[in-house]
Design a protein around this ligand. Structure first.
Ligand SMILES: Cc1ncc(C[n+]2csc(CCOP(=O)(O)OP(=O)(O)O)c2C)c(N)n1
Length: 374
């Protein structure tokens, strides 16, 4: 570790004016699917990559719909839907390389599926199991995180460790608008900036923290401005415009990968469904607002854009839909195949040498379970 002449650790820092986000969210495609006046500093992806993003968004939405249906059938304990947030979820996964890490929240299951993790394993935790279902090291995806913003500190620690080990890997950490009021969010930004950790923070500002609207959450001009005070380069983007989200995240990942430290992106989006299946959003938001955001849905917007460019055919659309249906059918077929969990497993994998008290509790539970089964 070295301290430079201007007093920073590990090299240069962006100048103050380079940290500032755009005054309005970056946008490439309008709600009607036509071209917007996009800023030149971000590069749109190739049509091939955007076609791949479209396919993944169709799959993500079908996965989300299927998971919501599983809660209504009592086959899944709880599900926080990301319907309407697919541009963020898919762009987040697409911007990463295989060696990179993703740190999701409970709402980011579609991103984890888009990263290639088995959908059944992605839903393991939300079925009520005690473990996260997939192998975080093999998949390079941290467990879905429920305590708000704690994953950000884990992500920064991981990014800093990867940098110290000289690995070519970037970490992307998701957080909601509500999560930006947590102390952990601020500590994570500060730590990441001081140590130049290669981490991209993606705020999905879906306008609500359960029933708390953004206006009651913050007085900042935009959440993206929260990075500036810590020395983190920041940007805001139309989170329902896949082309824009991917362009900004590509830049953010490249910034982190090339040794320029952390990058904060705020994506303005909207959760079209309730906070979870246990929530009634009609109690805190009106239908007119939901209708307005439904008209800004990221999926038909990207479809219209690619259709106008002549790069998405009817066959492509049908193929994406068929793939999504196959995934949903497979999910329905496999979600309960592993049966009820072994309750005694909760004593495993915590201590190499469990305490005498834990051993006693295990024996006690074992006796109780045997008594129930007898
Ligand atoms: C540390 C902590 N405090 C409170 C909660 C309860 N809680 C669960 S979700 C939520 C709202 C989060 O909103 P936001 O960060 O905007 O994410 P979203 O759910 O909209 O994706 C709260 C307060 C929690 N999970 N963790």
């Amino acid at each position: 570790m070295s301290i430079t002449a201007d007093g920073y650790l590990n090299g240069t820092r962006p100048a103050p004016d380079e940290l500032l986000p755009s005054a309005v969210p970056v946008r490439f495609v309008t709600e009607e699917g036509t071209a917007a006046d996009a800023p030149s500093e971000y590069a749109a992806s190739s049509d091939d990559r955007l076609g791949e993003a479209y396919r993944r968004m169709v799959v993500a939405r079908r996965f989300d719909q299927q998971a919501s249906a599983l809660t209504r059938q009592g086959r899944l304990a709880v599900y926080p839907s990301s319907r309407g947030q697919e541009a963020c979820q898919v762009a987040g996964a697409l911007a990463l390389r295989q060696q990179d890490w993703l740190f999701p929240t409970y709402r980011d299951t579609a991103a984890v599926v888009s990263r290639g993790v088995d959908p059944v394993e992605v839903l393991t935790l939300l079925r009520g199991d005690w473990h996260c279902g997939y192998d975080p090291v093999a998949t390079r995806v941290a467990p879905l995180c429920t305590p708000l913003a704690t994953q950000l500190l884990h992500a920064v620690g991981m990014a800093d460790a990867l940098r110290r080990r000289g690995e070519d890997a970037v970490v992307m950490a998701f957080v909601g608008d509500g999560g930006t009021s947590e102390g952990d969010f601020h500590e994570a930004l500060n730590f990441a900036a001081v140590f130049g950790a290669p981490v991209v923070f993606l705020i999905q500002n879906n306008q609500y923290a359960i029933s708390v609207p953004l206006a009651e959450q913050t007085a900042a001009p935009a959440l993206a401005y929260k990075g500036v005070g810590y020395g983190v380069r920041s940007e805001q983007v139309d989170g329902n415009d896949l082309v824009a989200v991917l362009a900004v995240l590509d830049e953010a990942v490249e910034h982190a990968r090339s040794g320029h430290g952390p990058f904060l992106v705020e994506a303005h989006t909207y959760r079209l469904d309730g906070h979870t299946n246990a929530d009634d959003p009609g109690r805190y938001r009106d239908e007119e607002e939901v209708r307005r955001w439904a008209a800004a849905d990221p999926l038909p917007r990207l479809q219209a854009w690619l259709r106008t460019r002549g790069t998405l055919t009817d066959q492509d659309i049908d193929a994406a839909q068929a793939e999504a249906e196959a995934l949903a059918a497979d999910l329905r077929a496999r979600i309960e195949l592993d049966g009820p969990p072994d309750v005694l497993e909760m004593f495993d994998h915590v201590y190499t040498h469990p305490t005498p008290q834990l051993n006693e509790q295990r024996r006690s539970l074992e006796t109780e379970v045997e008594g129930t089964e007898a």
